[in-house]
Write a protein that binds this ligand. Sequence first.
Ligand code: 2E6
Ligand code: F3S
Length: 339
Amino acid sequence: MGPMTASTGRRVLLAAPRGYCAGVDRAVIAVEKALEQYGAPIYVRHEIVHNKYVVQTLEKKGAIFVEQTAEVPEGSIVMFSAHGVAPTVHEEAAAGRLATIDATCPLVTKVHKEAIRYAKDDYDILLIGHEGHEEVIGTSGEAPEHITLVDGPEDVAKVEVRDPSKVVWLSQTTLSVDETMETVDALKDKFPLLVSPPSDDICYATQNRQLAVKQMGAEADLVIVVGSRNSSNSKRLVEVAKLAGAREAYLVDFASEIDETWLDGVSTVGVTSGASVPEVLVEQVLEYLTERGFEDVEIVKAAEESITFSLPKELRRDLRAEAAALVAERTGRPAPAAE
Ligand code: 2E6
Ligand code: F3S
């Protein structure tokens, strides 16, 4: 800004943490590694993560996204998305002679295991989540006879169980923390002996992104959330921003979707992104805002994140074999025996 120009008073609050969580990072790298190791095509059942840009980028590299395992030609490699799959999907893949790589987020797998355990103990499981969402379909598939979906507080009235003294609630990983607590309170009113999950099912990344947007939303006139329409955790950030006090909050896949009129009369814009969103897309939004006088960027930091997950086991095994082959080739030392 030149010395003669008055400050515009326009500023950006940038949420931290935002963007990629450990499960998304792992899943996206898994597709890239599989393409490197085995070559194209790698089939991916369902969008690896719910982000348009990620899917388009991986498609260009040779990934083919399908909705059903039946669409994958026999003898191919298929990867399961970060959202998880029901056991029947593993069975279909085996029947179709497909090699599988499971990129289910370990924190989704944790919820699957809880479902299996409570079903084994013959509990009725009330799974709080959004109807039709891929994760909920996968988790429900672990114990369909034991699981009832509860899609928000308004669903509680119609919930029925076999034995009200043997009921547990579990949840999807990407829900609104506050709305889930409302649902749980309503469920507890109805079933006072309701058991809670052994640990948080709403994952750390969902919780932290909501915390940051809450802090930011209280001060922002407008909040722009970068994320895709089918991304549950990204959509929740829009809701949380509005509840926190932002006058408006919008979800955009790309900076080009921002409508100039959103900035009318706005002096503070909050920016954040969902757990499936690459940072480059946020950078483009910040550029767009800079060009319109929002040059001042302040970070609103709600939590520190350092968690990472190792690659899916199928890829780790092959990476080890590849590394051993390289050692053998370069040094003449024999590869170690397989475990
Ligand atoms: C897997 C599980 C949870 O729609 P949702 O928020 O679940 O999914 P993505 O792909 O937008 O976010 C990451 C993710 C993957 N969350
Ligand atoms: Fe996993 Fe949570 Fe990300 S469940 S994929 S860490 S949003």
